[in-house]
Design a protein around this ligand. Structure first.
Ligand code: PMP
Length: 433
């Protein structure tokens, strides 16, 4: 770690322990639901690269397809059939995808979507929702969650409140409104609706507490955007190919104008997808909006994505039933242990991605960013550390990612770790009643 800090800004990334106490984990390799550190310790992994590894580590068909393409030779910035084949696959799967483009990261695909929306409407202002993350580019960045030291943390909710909901940090054309709050949105649009280019949203708020849209919220977004001529963008970088094959738009049956899929598209190979209606994506085809990138549609990633989609679509989407089943067992098990040990605990979300946290008060659901601030992050950090010590790797901010490689035996071992970690690290720290 010391050595890495001499050449790497901040040192080697640590995704597990908050800070470096007592030291970050260095990993050696992964397989299926497991990771091994350089000391040979084994972990059940619920981080999964923060989402991409929906089929688990080292999924063989994706590796084979990627390697085969590497051996055939790289073809950058030129026509190749894999890009075309992948575009056909993706446009068949994603409901709004009349046309698609591929890039490397979610952040740049978000950038592309905003650019299209502005070009199509001739308007500049974008609305996003508090606590949602759409990549690390300045014009859309806003505080992730209240973890100290996380990028964007300086853009605090207090700043938002003082500016009456208007975020004037990196981009004065960004308006940040509360999630799941139709009244505030309707009121804002009644005054400014005709100046808004796009509303961008994670259809399920995965970057804060895996918060589901309240019934009717996504439908209302669709209706309001139609009414005001606003482009509706679903950022499905996490939910895409995870909540269902067709993402949240498939699961909830709401069709946005533009969408971004990333992470689980190629089980770990770097590729993202910007997709949407011809009316908007056609601006790229007509040469009116640029879409660049040396590594866009890089062939090994396209090959990996196609192999990945083969597996996701196999047996009528069996992997989704598997993940939903295993994840639900895990969620229910955590709730049951919490109840038995009398630990107030919030467990919410879906089998494929869910959130676990300890409320500061008795509150039992987290329904927007502000209510997520009532969670006891310090206690969760202690819990994360205790889990890592027991061979289960989880993200410090509370999201658990499942893969098709996780088995019922993994769930059982993980629940044993949860019970021990709660008993030893959480119960003694709870305020006595
Ligand atoms: N949008 C969402 C919803 C995300 O969760 C992320 C990454 N966590 C991004 C965009 C940015 O994607 P990337 O890290 O690939 O740039």
């Amino acid at each position: 770690l010391e050595r890495s800090r001499k050449t790497l800004a901040g040192g080697v990334s640590s995704n597990v322990r908050a800070g470096d106490k007592p030291f970050p984990l260095f990993f050696d390799h992964g397989a299926g639901s497991r990771l091994w550190d350089i000391d040979g310790n084994e972990y059940i992994d619920y981080v999964l690269g923060r989402g991409p590894l929906f089929l688990g580590h080292t999924y063989q068909a994706v590796i084979d397809a990627t390697c085969k393409q590497l051996q055939r030779g790289q073809i950058y910035a030129a026509q190749h059939e894999l890009e075309y084949e992948l575009s056909e696959r993706v446009s068949r799967i994603i409901p709004c995808a009349e046309l698609v483009r591929f890039g490397i990261s979610g952040s740049e695909a978000v950038h592309g979507a905003l650019r299209l929306a502005r070009a199509a409407t001739g308007r500049q202002t974008i609305i996003k929702f508090e606590g949602q993350y759409h990549g690390w580019l300045d014009n859309i960045l806003y505080s992730l969650a209240p973890d100290p030291g996380v990028a964007g943390d300086a853009l605090s909710p207090a700043t938002l409140a003082e500016s009456n909901g208007q975020f004037s940090g990196a981009d004065s054309h960004l308006i940040v409104l509360p999630w799941n709050n139709l009244a505030v949105l309707e009121e804002y649009l009644s005054r400014h609706g005709n100046t808004i280019a796009a509303i961008i949203t994670e259809p399920v708020m995965c970057n804060t507490a895996v918060i589901a849209p309240q019934p009717g919220f996504l439908e209302a977004l669709r209706t309001l955007c139609n009414g005001y001529g606003i482009v509706l963008i679903f950022d499905e970088v996490i939910t895409g190919f995870r909540l269902s094959l067709a993402g949240a738009q498939g699961r909830f049956n709401i069709v946005p104008d533009l969408t971004i899929f990333g992470k689980a598209i190629a089980n770990g190979m770097p590729i993202s997808c910007l997709a949407g209606k011809e009316k908007y994506m056609g601006l790229i085809a007509a040469g009116k909006v640029g879409h660049g990138g040396t590594y866009n549609s890089i062939p090994p990633a396209c090959a990996g994505a196609i192999a990945n989609l083969d597996a996701l679509e196999a047996n009528n989407g069996e992997v989704y039933r598997t993940v939903e089943h295993t994840g639900t067992q895990l969620m229910n098990g955590i709730r049951a242990i919490g109840a038995r040990l009398e630990v107030p605990i919030v467990v919410q979300g879906y089998g494929a991605i869910f959130y676990v946290g300890f409320p500061l008060s008795g509150e039992q659901t987290v329904y927007d960013y502000r209510s997520s601030l009532t969670m006891n992050n310090e206690l969760y950090t202690a819990f994360v550390s205790a889990m890592v010590d027991r061979g289960v790797r989880i993200i410090p901010r509370g999201n658990w990612f499942l893969s098709a490689a996780h088995t019922e035996a993994d769930v059982e071992s993980s629940l044993a770790a949860v019970e021990a970690a709660l008993t030893e690290a959480v119960v003694p720290a709870l305020p006595s009643t």
